[in-house]
Write a protein that binds this ligand. Structure first.
Ligand code: COA
Length: 178
């Protein structure tokens, strides 16, 4: 079998389109040191959009704890996106999503995407769409009947990304400083 066919077959086995510049896999505790900077970068990006999202001095430690708890939580989905080729073994993106009960609404279980981040070089090439598709499938497999994206209202990248994929606002959170 020619090598192109072999790599296409390997990609198909991992359910990734052959041209996808990443390899997506569940995150492991050993990934935490490489995931922390990505999660903090996302929070710093959100801070740029909204002064009410000022990043705390201890954000790195908090990120470590959140990731550790989420990776161990069977009701969470934590995915690590690794580069391929020269970037093989380099973590270039992450997704963190959770399963939540909905006591008053049907469907009774929702999957909530809390964090989705790709290093800038990997953006706008369809990787985000692939992450969203795979995350949605993982949440559905854990019982979710609806998928929800939580992101800062002022984050225009997220607003456009999700709107393009058919998401619309259903619950609004508003804030003011005290
Ligand atoms: C959100 C994110 C994961 C999407 O991944 P992606 O690979 O760029 O997404 P895709 O290539 O599948 O889709 C691209 C679409 O996303 C939106 N988008 C991506 N980058 C954008 C930007 N800088 N400005 C505005 N919209 C943007 C647009 O709708 C774009 O479509 P277009 O190119 O036709 O305008 C990625 O852009 C990212 O990491 N952004 C920074 C982190 C972030 O804001 N996360 C969401 C909040 S939790």
């Amino acid at each position: 079998m020619p090598s192109n066919d072999a790599s296409a077959a390997a990609a198909a086995a991992r359910s990734e389109p052959p041209s996808m510049p990443i390899h997506l896999r569940p995150a492991q505790p050993a990934d935490i040191p490489t995931l922390v900077p990505l999660l903090v970068r996302l929070k710093r990006l959100n801070e740029e959009f909204d002064p009410l999202l000022r990043v705390r001095d201890d954000a790195e430690g908090q990120a470590r704890e959140v990731l550790k708890a989420s990776i161990a939580d069977p009701k969470a989905v934590v995915l690590a996106a690794e580069g391929v080729g020269a970037d093989k073994d380099k973590v270039v993106g992450l997704v963190l999503a959770v399963i939540r009960e909905r006591p008053f609404y049907a469907p009774a279980v929702e999957g909530v995407i809390l964090e989705i981040y790709l290093l800038p070089l990997y953006r706008r090439r369809g990787v985000g769409e692939f992450l969203l598709r795979e995350t949605t499938a993982a949440l559905k497999a854990k019982g979710a009947g609806v998928v929800i994206a939580e992101f800062p209202a002022q984050n225009e990248i997220a607003s456009r990304f999700y709107a393009k994929r058919g998401f619309r606002p259903i619950i609004v959170r508003q804030a003011r400083s005290l």
